[in-house]
Design a protein around this ligand. Sequence first.
Ligand code: LLP
Length: 868
Amino acid sequence: MSNRGQSWVVLKFGATSVSTAAEWHTITKILMRRRAENQRVVLVCSAIAGASDLLDASLADAQRGDFRPTLARIQTTHDSLAAKLGLNASEICGAALRELERTLMGVSLLDETTPRQRARVMACGALMASRIGHAFLRLQAVDVGWVDARSCLLATEADPHATPSMRYLAASCESTGDSTAVQTITEVGTPIVITQGGVARSPRGDTVLLGPGGSDTAAAYFAAKLATQRCEIWTGVPGMFTANPHQIPNARLLRTLDYGEAQEIASTGARILHPRCIPPLARANIPLHIRSTSHPEGSGTIVGARNLVSTPQVKAVSARKGIMLISMDTIGMWHQVGFLADVFAVFKRHGRSIDLLSTSETNVTVSLDPTIPLEGAEPLALLLSDLRPYCSARAIGPCAAVSLVGDRIRALLHRLGPALEVFEEQEIHLVSQAASDLNLTFVVNEDQAERLVTRLHNELVTADGNDAVMGATWQSLCRNEDRPPATPRWWHGDPNQIVALADHGTPTYVYDAASVRQACSDLVAMKHVNRLFYAVKANAHPQLLRLIVAQGLGLECVSPGEIDHCLASVPDLLPDQILFTPNFAPRTEYEAAFARGVGVTLDNTEPLDAWPDVFRHREIKVRIDPGQGRGHHRYVRTAGAISKFGVAPDQLDALEQRIRALDVKVVGLHAHTGSGIRTPENWCDTALYLADVAQRFAEVTHLNLGGGLGVPEKSGQSPLDLAAVDATLAKVHTAYPQYDLWLEPGRYVVATAGILLVRVTQTKRKGEFMYVGVDTGMNSLIRPALYGSWHDIVNVSGLARNETEMVIATVVGPICETSDTLGHKRRLHAPREGDVLLVDVVGAYGRSMASNYNLRPPAREFVHNDAE
Ligand code: LLP
């Protein structure tokens, strides 16, 4: 059967493309264009943004008894979109809402939600969205009909061993030509038909879901069944990229991919497309176009059959987090017949599917399929204990799988050498190369993933060009569309003004007072943080200290030097506004701190034994090690077995005993997990741990959750969501209203306020590299050398003179170390001697970590925009 003569195309619009009036107007335009091209359209519509979460919540509420408030929210969400589209939602969604209410009533009568009920409830999202879309398109005089996807997509008979969840929530359909589906669609009689994504009908006639990414899969099924000309998936981003563009703004658009590559990229981390939608299209050889409703003119990514003439190339670097590894040492068992069969049988019994595998003579390491979540520690412990008869097994995690994807990647192994140097300091837990020769995967600790992806991408994907395979960078695509830069910075605007700042002399740090004030007021606005102390080590500029204290923050110091400096810099500072949080400090420092009356935090039990008289009858705070460190680099992770900080969980009994013996009053507990954290739950996790420990000490009044609040390293990265942090802390306050919560941020307060202005001294070509020398380096800013940190670098003089030539260059200082680099392979407006370069987001741990190395004085500093 061929329907190609009829020229059907499938267009799928995801949640981010069907949720606003503007998006529906864009959809109308796209449909009109397809009609002008004489194509007939099946429009597959997802639920609107947020609807699936609400439906999910309604099920939980129904089980608890009262689903009506959530049902009302579901209704308002749809009413409000309908109203913006000039429609009356109650007429359009009424039937679906009544059906939803009936199902939820059923759920509320039972103790649990059956997968069958879940499927019916979740299906309502796309049903309502497609009803609204249908009514709106009709209002625009589009000749469109509506089809219930369940009348076309019949799920295949499930495997007899399939669980009810698999049957109802992860169904599959045939993807061969289907005359019934063709008939159903054609009989509607309109050139455009709107239907729903993610739902199908079981052989028994029940509603079933097509699993995660079900709308993409539904689109692929429709395309295969109708043998359409192509399948278009419309999303919020302009196509597939060589890396996650939110992390790597110079990730390049992938213009063409073959099915295998697209599937691999989708499976190894990119969220833009669900990998399950590729096989039906590949089998039917239907091209897949990925396009964006926010850039409808862009060509997007075209996925099709393998191009045999293309040269091997790394097409994408991706990362998948939340991976748990099981490492099995086989000690001589390896040659035993049936060893793998035995251990794999254990995985099967535990319902665990294996994702990656690597073997050696004595060890087999596997990764567990991350799509099946491990809830709690118990399932893992049981799995490990069942493996023990065969091998010595241990779990390693959380890890991330960093994958290089590209057709015939084996042919590129020789080029990976320099890129893999980035693994020198990291333990690679597992390396796996797909037999299909499409991917090479390294499993490393989870918190290394972002950094590794960045380095590998820098090394392996060229930053420039526009060819058949790779198009423009995400950054330039967004700029072409006249979008504001993803992260607006205080210094954006007239580059001449920044160049003028450098007239005070370079190298120089410039701090924007308004940014510091803003950061302070954002922090102060957090409802569930009772007190804030600024970690002075991030930046001790006296003017900033005064400004920060004026905003209501106290100061956290780690040395007598910092305390003296704060008292000298900030008039009328009270001891109560100072915390002293040293580690491995000598006795004299504790004595001096008590004498000054500042808050003292003890971070080991040993000083209580060694110097009991210093602490007897005192009020102190104790730093606890919550066991798990986080942060942008292992050097800044300050909790867990390998860190020197805090009282470890197994020392708590000893601590308690000493505290009693010396009649010490523990008024606060403290923990700082690390620095540069953008995971909002971090501080709640810490608080819950501390609250638990606090049950041992009756006089605790506050829990100090440390600092560590991260900022985006480069433009385009998403910032830490303070509101989300606050929301998680609300839970702590509800559970433990007796404790105040304190934070002691450093970076968050000052990082984005600071820029470093340097001047170009000379440029140089050596081999394939271009170097730009500037008048300071690691003596002013050691972070790139020490942690491999990224700081955006902009040639502001080049911008000011509208320099059109761009170069890729490594920016280096005058220090006698190869690590003396401010940025590797940066895209810059062609620099000339004397140009001013701006190094961004250096307000924290820039000048405060500077040195006189090589007897070159580090950059000076001044505060900009401050009345003082
Ligand atoms: N509290 C304690 C006990 C700390 O040790 C630190 C930082 C902070 C608070 C403040 O952390 P923040 O909010 O700034 O992340 N030099 C590294 C950062 C080292 C942080 C050391 N401790 C860097 O340049 O990234």
